[in-house]
Design a protein around this ligand. Structure first.
Ligand code: NAD
Ligand code: ZN
Length: 341
């Protein structure tokens, strides 16, 4: 089969022929129809320090996918051939205290497809049946292919009650933009999204009814005053990984405000902890998606009016994957989807 492989420990990905994976008794084989390119895949392409420490070579990359089940292991009795699906790309262990308590997303032995294990940028993917999430007919393949990052957005946005609250999202990348759409959908009052990239802010405005703020040009405190928020934002969703964005968030949050942190800062970064203490701020780190509560909630919301389709700005047949990666790297895109059908 064709697959996008990290074949050499250097910059790039290569389209290669590799064997179709063999499935075990608890697995299914999925014929891939569409995949999303993630920031993680760009790190793997670039072969940065993180990728060098994390990714074994050779490896089939990719973890955002939608497809169709074409083969079923002998122990699998709740899935059928022909079922359209996406799936959780975090392969969890079953031995930790968290896992045995049903908190699968907190299992410390988690391994990621396309990062530690063979991935989804291929014509076929082997996946434990446990990880499969069936897709209703109303969710097209290309949305199925971005449920992983939408799940990050949903997991983060639903960390705190947003109903009637003023919400600040820092970072208008695909995940920040989708989180803004979710915050709107669940009934936030003001949703402000910041970035320093005007293209990303323009896209945010097309996907959701939000107030885009270019913090390179405008003072966030002026926006708080303009919108008539007396004391600041109630909830912050950090989705940039940028130190200054977190500082601004702490600065413009109400006393007792809440922050969910999804963005990954590069290495250790200084934080003004005394400010956080004196403002009595609650901070929650967010990793991945809740398995499978996030999947349940996001599919329910998509079936009931949540629309993130415009976050997909580019589509390419998989043979043009190099163009897809170039667009992602340019910062002038939302989600980029590769078509494998
Ligand atoms: P992205 O890189 O596409 O988006 C980040 C955005 O932040 C960019 O548009 C960038 O211009 C913007 N930004 C830079 N400086 C800023 C500033 N000072 N203020 C506001 N915005 C600023 O990333 P993404 O794919 O949307 O993912 C969002 C973040 O979440 C990334 O940091 C990513 O690594 C992280 N992530 C975490 C998890 C997890 O499980 N915790 C999963 C997926 C992604
Ligand atoms: Zn991803």
């Amino acid at each position: 089969m064709k697959a996008l492989v990290k074949a050499k420990p250097e910059e790039g990905l290569w389209m290669e022929r590799v064997p179709v994976p063999e499935i075990g008794p608890d697995d299914v084989l999925i014929k891939i129809r569409a995949t999303g390119i993630c920031g993680t895949d760009i790190h793997i392409w670039n072969w940065d320090d993180w990728a060098q420490k994390t990714v074994p070579v050779p490896l089939v990359t990719g973890h955002e996918f939608a497809g169709e089940i074409v083969e079923i292991g002998r122990n699998v009795d709740d899935l059928t051939i022909g079922q359209r699906c996406s799936g959780e790309g975090h392969l969890i262990g079953k031995h930790s205290r968290q896992s045995r308590a049903g908190k699968f997303h907190l299992d410390p032995e988690t391994r990621g497809i396309g990062v530690n294990e063979q991935g989804a940028f291929a014509q076929y993917l082997r996946l434990p049946a446990f990880n499969v999430v069936p897709l209703p007919d109303s969710i097209p393949d290309e949305i199925g292919a971005i449920l992983d990052p939408l799940g990050n957005a949903v997991h983060t946005a639903l960390s705190f009650d947003l109903v009637g609250e003023d919400v600040l999202i820092t970072g208008a990348g695909p995940i920040g933009i989708m989180a803004a759409a979710v915050a709107r959908h669940v009934g936030a009052r003001h949703v402000v999204i910041t970035d320093v990239n005007p293209d990303r802010l323009a896209l945010a405005g097309q996907v959701a009814d939000v107030v885009p703020v270019n913090v390179g040009e405008e003072d966030l405190k002026d926006v708080v005053a303009r919108l008539g928020m007396k004391e600041g934002f109630d909830v912050g969703l950090e989705m940039s990984g940028n130190q200054r964005a977190l500082d601004q968030m702490v600065e413009t949050l109400v006393m007792g405000g809440r922050i969910a942190l999804l963005g990954i800062p590069p290495g250790k970064s200084p934080v003004d902890w005394s400010r956080i203490v004196f403002k009595a701020i609650t901070i929650k780190g967010v990793y991945g998606r809740e398995i499978f509560e996030t999947w349940y909630k996001m599919i329910a919301m998509l079936e009931n009016g949540l629309d993130v389709s415009r976050v997909i700005t580019h589509r390419f047949p998989v043979d043009s994957f190099e163009e897809g990666f170039a667009v992602m790297k340019s910062g002038k895109s939302g989600k980029v989807v590769l078509d494998w059908a």
